[in-house]
Write a new protein. Sequence first.
Length: 110
Amino acid sequence: MSEWIDVGTVDDVPLLGSRVVQAPSGDIAVFKAADGTLFALRDRCPHKGGPLSQGIVHGHSVTCPLHNWVISLASGEAQGADQGCAHRIPLRIEGSRILLAASALMARAA
């Protein structure tokens, strides 16, 4: 098995939005910030499991649509007084293709 799995193109992810990638370990959300930076996190808020992919992207953060927790896209850590982590998925870009770490897609979410 390859160490990286191609999940689409950079253009498949809308600016200030996300695209969901279904994986055996659970859904992964790939986000694109206003500056074009891409991030990948498990699509579950650490608070109550809300779908981060449906949240509002601002700066390098996303706000969960359920209870307004702000999650860092770079680290997956909750911001402010909130505590918890949406696991970050290693991502790299080759040309215009988005590649996610195969091991993270197969490993069961904690």
